[in-house]
Design a protein around this ligand. Structure first.
Ligand SMILES: [Zn+2]
Length: 289
């Protein structure tokens, strides 16, 4: 008895998915440790639906179970990150509603597929989010090779005190101030250019399109909320991850190059090893298996 080709493809795909499932679960747990076992099952199930329904189909270059895992991991990771973008949108909306009393950091209990209305997604697609600006900023730094500035900004946005950051980087506090000033200025420019969510403007500038610095220590409540949201975006949603290319270059460079030049890839080493970005660690672990 013969099967039509589609059905053969489908069953081959189903077998492949079963083979790679344990690796994908492991990566998901490592990258998003807040997910419960049940949520991990939901995400894997959602991935199968995407692939088996043909909404996501294997590119032709994917032929072995190794690179199938890498491709599936990318789809899965992006799916989860999209869901985090929906939480970010809701958090920005709650900031926009006027006071910080309505603001809540996105709750990991809700990180499941399809748990928010499609309307939110539709709205969000029209909106440039804060995480997009942070990602653009990282790419901008990479194109300018502004490694020190990028590292200074990541350390401070993650909440490290300035003196401590300068000491850890082995630069003077004046050097750090200059880098921080440049970084803030560039971030503000990107926000203005991209017309990011109005709330973010209001909070960063004190008033829309004004010229106020990014929030420092003593800040009003709504600015504190933005600071917390930024931290969440960096720590949980990969908003300051290096580009795929830079992460690959870092991996390809190997330890010998870093031993020869301790400054090489300092920004990535800080992001991955010191700050411990779980998303990048999972991607690097997968590539080195
Ligand atoms: Zn990362």
């Amino acid at each position: 008895m013969t099967h039509p080709p589609e059905s053969n493809d489908r069953s081959r795909t189903a077998v492949l998915l079963r083979v790679v499932a344990p690796a994908l679960r492991r990566l998901l747990r490592a990258a998003f440790p807040r997910l419960s076992a049940e949520q991990i099952d939901d995400w894997i199930q959602h991935l199968w639906e995407l692939v088996l329904s043909g909404k996501e189909s294997f590119p032709e270059t994917v032929s072995t179970s190794d690179n199938a895992t890498a491709w599936l991991w990318r789809v899965l990771k992006n799916d989860v990150l999209d869901s985090l973008r929906r939480r970010e949108f809701v958090a920005l909306e709650s900031l926009a509603s006027g006071s910080s009393s309505g603001f809540e950091l996105p709750d990991s209990q809700q990180w499941g597929p399809d748990s928010l209305a499609a309307e939110r997604e539709r709205l969000q697609r029209r909106e440039k989010l804060l995480s997009d600006v942070l990602q653009d900023y990282v790419l901008d730094c990479e194109s300018r090779e502004a490694w020190i500035e990028r590292e200074v900004m990541e350390r401070l946005l993650r909440g490290q005190p300035r003196e401590e950051a300068a000491k850890a980087m082995g630069i003077s506090i004046q050097h750090l101030y200059v880098a921080n000033h440049k970084g803030r200025h560039r971030l503000q420019e990107l926000m203005q250019q991209q017309d990011v969510h109005q709330t973010v403007f209001a909070s960063f500038y004190g008033k829309p399109r004004g010229r106020h610095p990014l929030p420092e220590e003593a800040v009003p409540d709504h600015q504190t909320s933005i600071v917390l949201l930024i931290r969440w975006l960096i720590e949980e949603a990969g908003a300051m991850c290096p580009s795929t290319k830079r992460l690959e270059d870092f991996q390809a460079s190997g330890l010998a190059m870093i031993a020869a030049d301790p400054k090489a890839f300092r920004d990535v080493r800080h992001h991955v090893d010191e700050a411990g970005c779980r998303l990048c660690q999972a991607t690097l672990d997968l590539a080195s298996e």
